[in-house]
Design a protein around this ligand. Structure first.
Ligand SMILES: C[S@@+](CC[C@H](N)C(=O)[O-])C[C@H]1O[C@@H](n2cnc3c(N)ncnc32)[C@H](O)[C@@H]1O
Length: 276
């Protein structure tokens, strides 16, 4: 009886320990090969105006390359102090110590709001743990990930490179993905004489434009959100209807067909009592 209880207790302890194990404890140090680093930074369109934050920055190469090749500022956060020391030495050797910073920090604690670009070479489950925080960033923030995606949040673009020097994996191939944080527009929006009801899933949406008192919607359309811009359909250039989130208001920038009656209206978020 005592033995059974001891076994049950041990099983419970192991279960609690397993449940409490944090995915971030398991991300090993593996470097992104240089051609892949360049592909990530190019895919994100990194430039001199950007702050690039690398989550789990290893030996600092992504942040250092962003500064040296693209003139960006950079922040690397890394849990291993020895790698942070190495990164600082690498930044001095590359002549970019004044533009980059490395911190010993748990990436789950890092304040991300100042970043224009976030880079990651982590693990699938860590990416998924980070996803809610990434989605809450300012619209237009670019995120690039080496190899691992963000689950149901589809990338805007992905590309695959042959990388013979890749240290891990049989394929010697790397994929890099780009996401652009969409504006959060879910909910009911009101203007003089009408309303716009939007349901949003990551960067896709469905919208119903209605005129007050009319028995049927003016128009129903589905589309995509890129940063602060919404467009009907899948092709931004060809879209007949497009909107922009300007401050706290949605405005039509293209208003094909029946939407034209709302061309000059601004839509602001409904209060607790709806649009009237
Ligand atoms: C796969 S390596 C990528 C290194 C670098 N970003 C690159 O692409 O070359 C992941 C890095 O994340 C670091 N890491 C793991 N968990 C972390 C955490 N919770 N906070 C910060 N860094 C972490 C590891 O020490 C490792 O250096």
């Amino acid at each position: 009886m005592a033995r059974r209880r001891a076994v049950a207790l041990l099983a419970l302890v192991l279960l609690v320990a397993w449940a409490g194990a944090r995915a971030q404890d398991e991300v090993p140090f593996v470097t992104t090969p240089d051609p892949v680093t360049l592909a990530m930074l190019r895919l994100a369109g990194v430039g001199a105006q950007d702050l690039v934050v690398d989550l789990g920055s290893g030996d600092g190469r992504i942040v250092i390359t962003a500064a040296r090749r693209f003139g960006a500022r950079g922040l690397g956060v890394e849990i291993d102090p020895a790698l942070v020391d190495l990164s600082r030495a690498n930044a001095r050797a590359a002549g970019v110590a004044g533009r980059v910073e490395f911190r010993v920090e748990d990436l789950f604690q890092t304040e991300l709001s100042a970043a224009q670009v976030i880079t990651m070479y982590l693990l699938p489950e860590v990416n998924l743990q980070l996803r809610p925080r990434l989605l809450a960033l300012a619209a237009g923030t670019r995120i690039v990930s080496h190899d691992w995606d963000l689950g149901e949040w589809q990338p805007e673009r992905s590309l695959t490179l042959e990388v013979p020097e890749k240290a891990i994996g049989r394929d010697k191939r790397s994929t890099v993905h780009l996401w652009v944080v969409p504006a959060q527009v879910q909910g009911l929006w009101c203007s003089a004489g009408g309303s716009l009801a939007i349901t949003q899933r990551f960067q896709t949406f469905s919208a119903t434009l209605s005129a007050h008192g009319a028995p049927a919607p003016v128009v129903v359309f589905d589309g995509r959100i890129v940063a602060d811009r919404l467009h009907a359909g899948t092709d931004a250039q060809a879209a007949a209807i497009a909107l922009r989130l300007a401050g706290d208001a949605l405005e039509f920038t293209r208003f094909g067909g029946p939407a034209s009656q709302f061309r000059d209206r601004r839509f602001t978020r409904a209060g607790p009592l709806g649009c009237r």
